[in-house]
Design a protein around this ligand. Structure first.
Ligand SMILES: [Zn+2]
Length: 329
């Protein structure tokens, strides 16, 4: 039987007459689980244990202005090329926990409890997935923030606006801290998203977290093996990291690109979340060319879970090659 005819017969009627299928269905009393497995994944960089902890994903309609310098048709074509549905965009969130030199460090704790409630559980899953991974927020020594967008900082506070990581120091990029806490910058911010972000950041850090904040400089280790790198453009103080132990390394890119099927493949596209699109693009090209030369592993906050892979050149853009899932670490 040819494959087309076989596919045509794989309907409900064909299934029902299969003796194998009807024998099985007689015992099918177990209800489907209807829920995804907890999202966490471990790997090692030398002696450092890294745990990727999913914060969930959000799907929203593709608007004309989502990519500022590409028509919706072109964006839809990129979605279709990646076997993704047209007219909508899914953005995943993949915070990282590292255990290095006796320090337990969270990098970007995700969207937080308030967003978990408003999204009906779609995002803000970091807390429950962290618990599933056997990690207690009270044991976290340090929370490191890459930049001040809500999907990266709001997870610092719980549903009652209290700090989640009660024993942790909070390390933030000095440039980012200066920008978002500056009253002049806030007063000049355009209405809408930018003003909202200023308010939201003040709300997070006015909970008593401010006194736990230490601004950090690029190029100086934050914890053993964790080196912050300037990758500005997405925001003024946007930061990536090189995590290294022995000869092993991973580049933690944060938001150098958003959804890779759109923005790794089209590095010239400016997502509307980029505060300075041109600068974000030149950063992206500089970082990705470096990753290719160095054959460096990359961990991406908005890559599909577990958000680890390599970048290679592909035509005029790049391509993300996801790492193989490993049953051991
Ligand atoms: Zn982000």
């Amino acid at each position: 039987m040819d494959i087309t005819r076989r596919l045509a017969l794989t309907g409900a009627a064909a299934m029902a007459v299969s003796p194998l299928f009807s024998a099985r269905s007689a015992n099918a009393a177990v209800a489907p689980v209807g829920k995804q497995a907890p999202g966490f994944y471990r790997y090692k960089i030398g002696d450092i244990e890294a745990t990727v902890v999913s914060d969930g994903a959000v799907t929203f309609p593709l608007s004309d202005g989502f990519v500022l310098n590409a028509k919706k048709d072109k964006v839809n074509a990129a979605l279709e090329k990646a076997f993704l549905p047209r007219d909508k965009v899914t953005v995943q969130f993949a915070p990282l926990v590292i255990n290095t030199g006796g320090k337990l460090v969270v990098i970007d704790p995700g969207n937080g409890a308030a967003a978990n409630a408003t999204s009906k559980g779609a995002v803000g899953q970091f807390a429950s997935n962290l618990a599933a991974a056997g990690i207690n927020p009270k044991d976290v020594d340090m929370v490191v923030i890459s930049h001040f967008h809500s999907d990266h900082v709001d997870g610092l506070i719980d549903a009652d606006a209290r700090p989640v990581f009660t024993n942790a120091e909070v390390l933030v990029p000095a440039v980012e801290w200066k920008f978002w806490m500056d009253d002049g910058e806030m007063s000049r911010a355009p209405a809408g998203r930018m003003q909202q972000l200023f308010k939201s950041n003040r709300r997070v850090f006015d909970t008593g977290l401010k006194k736990k904040v230490t601004p950090y400089e690029w190029g100086k280790e934050l914890a053993p093996g964790l080196l912050p790198i300037e990758t500005a453009g997405h925001t003024p103080g946007h930061t990536s990291y090189v995590l290294s132990s022995g000869s092993d390394k991973v580049f933690i890119q944060s938001d150098v690109t958003n959804n890779p099927d759109l923005f790794v493949t089209n590095p010239g596209w400016h997502v509307n979340f980029d505060q300075d699109g041109a600068k974000a693009e030149s950063t992206r090209r500089r970082v990705y060319d470096m990753l290719i030369v160095e054959k460096l592993k990359v961990q991406g906050f908005h890559y599909p879970f577990p958000a680890l892979g390599h970048i290679e050149k592909d035509g005029r853009g790049y391509r993300l090659v996801p790492a193989h899932w490993s049953p051991t670490i």
